[in-house]
Design a protein around this ligand. Structure first.
Ligand code: PHE
Length: 344
């Protein structure tokens, strides 16, 4: 009996298990109802009376040793599985919180993409500009009200005197067009996206800065029909194939003739609703044929070349597309607003 106990003690001390299944097999082998140690307890009654005390102690010790070795192995196995889980390269990764694109960026990219299919490339220019590029070369008369301090943020301006070198924040991205016209030869086909500034009180419908995309096409024989066709293409791509356009006569110093363009209301489909004030139409952009005075002041021969230009507000298009009623939401950085726009 003593020998058997010592034999088992040795076996118990040498027990090894690499996983839960092996461990359970060991427990069954030694400690379960039919286990080898349990069997020895059964044989105990046959032990001679004078040996009972000693053997009993050895037996109890064996049982304790077996139990504690199994507990030890259990901890090892648990630690190992945890480690393996950490290193499981096949595990689905935890999702990373991705940011979303700003709605104005989404719409700007969409507009640029639409015009890129008919040959327009992007041109950029400075937000801090001089009077010459924002007004002077664009046929604004010196006393034109848009040049007034009420509308324009001047950075330096001598009181009363209007100079081409006055420094200001651009009020439209037409200034980029004058820079392109003076540095490139026709044919010119550019889109000028960017931020513009106007001295307006901030409200739900107006802000002191907003975003524009202006377009310019100059070549031989460019006509108003070309302008209309390009605008119709844009409206259908942006607002759906059933969209209709309407051009109303208007005035801009740098285009002649000039027009304001409406699209059939994309909310009621032209039937009339509160959004389009029951007219069925909503205004989306200004456009026209580049005034020959502008071409000449930029060094382009207006007897050979003609062109069209258009300008739209990105906020306006975004409002129509996503029904954002309050302009201020675009610049408040409220994540509850921003995360509603899918990234792509
Ligand atoms: N520059 C004009 C604006 O800021 C928009 C425009 C551009 C109109 C080109 C006609 C042609 O309002």
């Amino acid at each position: 009996m003593k020998n058997r106990i010592n034999q088992l003690l040795q076996q118990v001390q040498d027990m090894q298990a690499t996983n839960a299944e092996e461990l359970e097999n060991l427990r069954i082998k030694y400690l379960s109802k039919k286990g080898e140690i349990t069997a020895l307890f059964g044989d105990f009654r046959n032990v001679a009376a004078d040996e009972k005390k000693e053997i009993g102690m050895l037996l109890n010790n064996l049982k304790l040793q077996a139990q504690s070795r199994i507990d030890e192995l259990k901890e090892q196995v648990a630690a190992r599985t945890q480690q393996e889980e950490k290193q499981d390269l096949t595990r689905t990764p935890d999702p990373i919180a991705l940011g979303t694109r700003h709605p104005l960026s989404l719409v700007r990219e969409e507009i640029i993409d639409i015009f890129s299919h008919i040959g327009f490339t992007v041109a950029e220019g400075p937000e801090i500009e001089d009077d010459l590029h924002v007004f002077g070369m664009l046929n604004f008369a010196p006393e034109h009200p848009a040049r007034d301090m009420q509308d324009t943020f001047f950075i330096n301006k001598e009181k009363g005197i209007q100079k081409p070198t006055d420094i200001l924040l651009r009020t439209h991205t037409s200034s980029v067009q004058t820079r392109v016209m003076t540095s490139q030869k026709p044919p010119i086909r550019v889109l000028c996206p960017g931020r513009v500034y106007r001295n307006e009180a901030i409200s739900a419908r107006a802000h002191c800065f907003f975003h524009q995309i202006e377009g310019l096409y100059i070549d031989k024989n460019v006509s108003f029909a070309d302008l209309r066709q390009a605008m119709l293409y844009f409206a259908k791509e942006m607002f759906g194939p059933d969209t209709k356009i309407r051009l109303r006569p208007s005035y801009f110093p740098f285009t002649e003739p000039s027009a304001e363009m409406d699209i059939s209301c994309n909310i009621c489909g032209g039937k009339g609703c509160s959004f389009c004030k029951n007219t069925g139409w909503v205004e989306i952009l200004g456009c026209g044929m580049v005034d020959p005075n502008v071409l000449e002041s930029c060094g382009i021969d207006s007897t050979i070349y003609s062109g069209y230009a258009f300008g739209l507000g990105v906020e306006r298009i975004t409002n129509l597309k996503y029904r954002v009623k309050d302009l201020r939401l675009f610049s408040e950085n409220d994540v509850r607003f921003l995360t509603q726009f899918e990234s792509c």
